[in-house]
Design a binder for this molecule. Structure first.
Ligand SMILES: Nc1ncnc2c1ncn2[C@@H]1O[C@H](COP(=O)(O)OP(=O)(O)OP(=O)(O)O)[C@@H](O)[C@H]1O
Ligand SMILES: [Mg+2]
Length: 449
């Protein structure tokens, strides 16, 4: 697009000469011989060259009106020789530059080129600022880091579709929150979002929970009952901890994802449903693929739109904003008079590695609010409980002497099982493994019961 230069000059000959020169240099030139013409042409100009003395209107008055018509276009005034005083006055009123008549055409070219350059730079700068300012915002989800901004952009793009989303990230990074945001920003928002925690369900119950059952399907099935998928028809199913789904249910999930159909337990009537599936995992599913505990075909069906939420320690820029958010959100409930958080407190939070991610930050703020006495949460109010534990891990790390890695792993697994009273799901969670991955390891250790 050619920049538009408006020449305002009552002397027709001068106007023509200027026009020839400037259009020869690739500008689109419009001409005005009077103030009225100038004002009507001003809005589409990128740059205005205006005579300071026009019949019918004082030059400074015209300048003011031109600036009002088009605040973006710089105005360069052409002044009579020796009228520097008026020119200075004009600059004060917002003229970008002035040229004393008579001027050479080369001088004209140079002044115009410079003004257009400055104008372009200024435009680019403003555009950049606007882009930086146009952050993606999702209600109640805080994220100024680049990683979170990208996630918000993906969420807004996929939410309106039925595409399956796989959320991955450590515990407490905000997978539930993002899953809900996807549902709420989708056309399914007024239909239910049904969450299924795959870890919490014992294997034999999971199938009937998911797909429902008919009366008499098993002992105790006195009435028929729809499953979660049926409840979520036209809405969203959120499969949390997808890595914990046992193999025989993985097959059925695959069919739901591929065909959107299934049967209730004890029924041979095929049901068709319209659901959007969002799944989440805090373990590395690819590792589960390699170990064969998670079906590859199911993984690819789930991984249509992968969203990896990085741990908080990898996006520390978010910490101040999150801290502020939690203070505002939690202070009323904590009965605290706290209105904000000090820079020192923020610094302390920024240095901590946050193994429990945003959830831990939220808990720390909540606890600190209860302790706080002033109106600002200060560094001393903040207790980071697991700090010591973390340091121990971060220090020199070596296997206990005389132990092999395998033996050590077995020992840790045994301890986890003991801590979890033999509950494998819970032990797996303590170890950061899927239940299936734990089962696999136990099998290798000859401990699978
Ligand atoms: N970006 C964020 N902005 C505001 N609050 C957040 C954000 N991320 C997480 N939270 C808050 O932190 C807590 C933990 O988040 P959430 O339950 O979504 O984590 P998760 O990844 O599902 O964890 P888990 O794997 O343990 O289920 C919630 O209270 C949530 O509201
Ligand atoms: Mg969760």
């Amino acid at each position: 697009m050619k920049p538009n230069v408006l020449i305002v000059e009552d002397e027709e000959k001068l106007r023509r000469v200027m026009e020839l020169r400037l259009s020869g240099e690739g500008y689109e030139v419009t001409q005005a011989g009077s103030a009225e013409e100038a004002l009507s042409l001003a809005p589409r100009a990128d740059l205005i060259l205006s005579d300071l003395r026009l019949p019918g209107m004082d030059g400074l008055k015209l300048l003011e009106l031109l600036r009002r018509q088009n605040g973006m276009a710089p105005v360069i005034l052409m002044t009579a020789h020796g009228s520097v005083g008026a020119a200075v006055e004009a600059m004060k009123l917002g003229a970008a530059d002035f040229m004393e008549k008579p001027f050479s055409l080369d001088h004209l070219s140079a002044v115009v080129r410079k003004a257009i350059e400055v104008r372009t730079l200024r435009d680019e700068n403003r555009q950049l600022k606007e882009e930086l300012g146009r952050r993606y915002e999702i209600t109640n989800i805080i994220g100024r880091s680049r990683a979170m901004q990208e996630i918000f952009a993906i969420v807004m793009r996929v939410a309106p579709t039925r595409a399956t989303v796989l959320l991955a990230g450590e515990s407490g990074v905000g997978k539930d929150l993002i899953a809900r945001a996807i549902h709420h920003n989708s056309p399914r928002a007024d239909k239910p979002m049904v969450k299924i925690n795959c870890t919490a369900l014992p294997e034999n119950l999971m199938e009937s929970e998911l797909f429902g059952y008919e009366k008499g399907a098993f002992t105790g099935a006195n009435v028929s009952k729809p499953g979660k998928f049926e409840q979520a028809d036209h809405g969203t199913v959120f499969l949390d901890e997808i890595g914990d789904v046992p193999p025989q249910i993985q097959v059925k999930l695959l069919r739901v994802l591929q065909e959107r159909e299934f049967e209730r337990l004890g029924s041979n009537k095929t049901l068709h449903i319209d659901v959007r599936v969002v799944a989440a995992t805090n373990q590395d599913l690819r590792a589960a693929l390699e170990q064969g505990t998670f079906r590859e075909d199911l993984y690819y069906r789930l991984n249509v739109v992968p969203i990896d939420i990085p741990p908080l320690r990898e996006r520390r820029e978010d910490i101040p904003w999150l801290a502020e958010h939690f203070v505002k959100k939690l202070a009323p409930d904590a009965g605290a008079q706290v209105e904000g958080i000090t820079a020192r407190a923020i610094e302390k939070l920024e240095q901590y590695p946050w193994p429990g991610n945003v959830r831990e930050l939220e808990n720390v703020i909540e606890r600190s609010l209860v302790m706080a006495r002033g109106t600002m949460l200060d560094a001393d109010d903040i207790r980071l409980e697991s700090a010591r534990q973390f340091k121990a891990v971060a220090g020199d790390f070596a296997l206990p002497s005389g132990m092999t890695l395998d033996q050590y792993e077995q020992e840790i697994i045994k301890q986890a099982l003991k801590k979890a009273d033999g509950n494998k799901s819970q032990a797996a969670r303590l170890l950061g493994l899927t239940r299936n991955a734990l089962r696999y390891r136990l099998g290798q250790m000859g401990m699978e019961s």
